[in-house]
Design a protein around this ligand. Sequence first.
Ligand code: ADP
Length: 160
Amino acid sequence: MNRVALFPGSFDPFTRGHEDIVLRGLRLFDQVVIGIGNNATKKRYFPLDVMKEMIEKTFVDYPNVKVITYDDLTAHTARELDARFLLRGLRNTTDFEYENGISQVNRYLYEEIETVFLITSPSLAPISSSIIRDLHRYGQAVDNFLPYSLSELKKAEQDI
Ligand code: ADP
């Protein structure tokens, strides 16, 4: 059986914490599809196409990792991909409260879906996309939190 997991998120930006979830997910699933949710009403800090390119670069050596963007309900996107699993990371109880709600809704929308939660590796638990955005906005170096370099990201931004 081909076990496909969709790892959905905003990934604004994709961090070392996210990378860790994908790499650990690959031990459980045959394929991990990273789905960048494109919510037209939410303005992004890092452009969608640039982030897709950075994530693809991160997993260039992993043929069983695929990156997509989607503008639909996560459950419906999973169904279209024939993915029976959603992959999510849990850092703390705040994540748990939020994730608990969305996983119930996702099963309501797509009965066969199971959300699989991986507890964050301790060294990566403090990393969050919103903190990285704040640091970057005020000129602080954030390379240590990202699995690709910021100069690559800037170059991709200029090319688009
Ligand atoms: P969303 O906007 O859907 O919460 P995010 O891009 O913020 O999307 O996060 C996607 C998933 O990655 C979520 O399950 C989140 O809990 C998880 N995540 C975020 N940061 C980390 C981290 N440092 N370690 C592990 N998982 C994380």
